[in-house]
Structures are given as C-alpha cells and as structure tokens.
Design a protein around this ligand. Sequence first.
Ligand SMILES: NC(=O)c1ccc[n+]([C@@H]2O[C@H](COP(=O)([O-])OP(=O)(O)OC[C@H]3O[C@@H](n4cnc5c(N)ncnc54)[C@H](OP(=O)(O)O)[C@@H]3O)[C@@H](O)[C@H]2O)c1
Length: 303
Amino acid sequence: MVNEKLKSLNENYINQSWQPTVDDYREIAPGEDLMNYSFNYSRMVDGKVTIITGASDGMGFKMAELYAQHGAKVIMIARREEKLNDAAQRIRDKFDYAEVYPYAADIMDPEKTKEVFAWVKEKFGRLDVLVNNAGAGDPCIPDTSDDELIDWYVDLNLKAPMRYTREALKIMLPQNYGHIVNIGSINGTRPLCGSVYSGAKGGLNTWTKSVAIRCVGTNINCNAVCPGFTVTPLSLNQESNATETGAAKKARSVDYLPILHKKSTRNVPTFPIDQAHAALFFGSDLARCITGQIVNVDNGQYL
Ligand SMILES: NC(=O)c1ccc[n+]([C@@H]2O[C@H](COP(=O)([O-])OP(=O)(O)OC[C@H]3O[C@@H](n4cnc5c(N)ncnc54)[C@H](OP(=O)(O)O)[C@@H]3O)[C@@H](O)[C@H]2O)c1
C-alpha cells in the first residue's frame, strides 16, 4: 500500500531536491495498489472515516446523507446540538446501516477544533476524508465592511478550514492516505456578490492548491468544489446564523436572491444533492489522481 519510493520522493520534493530518475519511475509505476485496484461503485466511500462540517443543514446535510448511504462513518459537525442530532437521526431513519456521529462544535473555535480531531483519532484511529463545508457569505461592498464583519467572515470561511486541514493532515500524513474537499464558491473566482466572502473563498482556492502541492507524492489529495447559487437555507436567507455578531447579522439581513439574479449570467440554481455528488466524487478513490483542482458546480453561472 504505502509506496516507500513515493514517500521518499515526496520528502525530497519538500526539501526542493526532487530529481527523479527513470529508474525511480520504473519502481513507482507498477505499484501494487494499482495492480490490485478495485472499486465498489455503490459504496463509494465504504468504511471511510469522514468529517463533514456544517452537516446539519443545506448542502452539508446532503453530503452527510450521501456519504452515509455510501458506507462512510460520518462525523457531522455543526454548532446547534439539538438540530444536529435531529439531522443525524433523519439519516439513520433513511438508511438503517448508516454510521453517523453528530459532534456539536463551532469550527471557529481553535480549542474545540483540536478536541474534535483528538476524539476522532481516539475513536477511529484514523481519518480518511475531510469535507470543509461550513461557511456563509456577506452581500456587503468593500468600503462598508467594518473590522467585525471582516474578522467574522475570514474566520469562518478561511481560517477555520485552514485549521481543520492542518489537524487533518496531522493524521493523514502519517497514514499516507486521505482526501480533503473544500467547499468554496464561484464567488471565490469571480465575485458576483459579497466582498469579504469572495476574498475569503478566493483564499480558500489558493489554500486548496497549496495543500495539494504539499501532498504531491503521497496518497492524499485536496480539491475544491465551488457551488453556484444553490437552494439552501443560507441562500434563501431563511435562517439567521445562530451566534453571528451584530455586523454579520446585519449583512445577512440583505436578501440575496435579487442580487444573485441580477448579476449572474445564468439563473438556473443547483440543489444540495448536486454539490453532494461532487463532494462524494472528490472524497472517493475515484478522484485519487486529481488534486489542486477548483471545480465549479453551478449550471454555468460562472461562464
Ligand atoms: N447556498 C449557496 O448558494 C452557496 C453558494 C456558493 C457557496 N456556498 C457555500 O457552501 C457551503 C454550505 O452552504 P449552505 O448554503 O449549505 O449553508 P447553510 O444552509 O447555511 O448551512 C450551514 C451549516 O453550517 C453550520 N454552521 C454554520 N456556521 C458554523 C460554525 N461556525 N461552526 C460549525 N458549523 C457551522 C450550520 O449549523 P449551525 O448554525 O447549527 O452551526 C449548518 O449546518 C458554505 O461554505 C457556503 O459558503 C453556498
């Protein structure tokens, strides 16, 4: 499984002295894992220990449901415990074999983050997939973004996934296996609405590529799925974020829909299941040779 040659090439790469020879490639190419490769298409993440943030609602919930359907052991993260437990129960009711573990945590809390990963390591001894999904947007323009708002949205959309990734890599690198999937936004490449949000999601795209580069030569990949307008409580602004600061709450009181409809070239929304399908693919071994990619799932809204 663990290819020693690949491992040493990666270490040399990190030390900036990567000069593989033809013989190196000969040794890697027919790796045993390739020769024995088989894949269960109806249980795409069978047995994979998976953390999904923002899993009690919107697209994160659909991802948790789909991963559980495909055999994963899903650790579902969100802040509101009761709502999270309800969400987990709905998944168990739908698939009696589902292995879901609701864990109430705020991804913006650094200490809680360490606690989450320590618990996963203790309980499962490994971590196979991390889906950094939780996030939220601001419809503000740059010159009206005060410090409080900037701090809030950068923390939520960029710093928190960075910390989750770092903690995940502490487990994934020694086991030489893992898939990291960041849920960005088409706003991270071309801002349609939101300014701090777009900046943070753009940063998440670059972070995705940085992590991918760090993991070249290992069995760990990192990609970003970037939704366009997707029908969820967030985009319909049906629910205010439970512990948002005053500035963030004010920003979210703006109705998204007219802004999106005015600015996007195509107004065909996607649904949480569309994002979940992409997240499942990138979290599965089908995507093992794909890394550092930023993939829009947006019905062409970006075009
Ligand atoms: N919907 C869209 O049109 C759209 C478009 C582009 C990109 N996106 C991105 O897609 C991702 C998911 O969006 P969504 O529309 O599905 O959101 P959503 O419907 O608002 O769901 C958000 C989920 O995240 C959890 N959450 C929020 N803040 C959290 C925190 N600090 N710590 C832990 N959990 C937290 C919420 O539960 P609690 O409140 O209980 O914590 C909930 O489970 C986000 O990254 C968003 O930026 C969405």
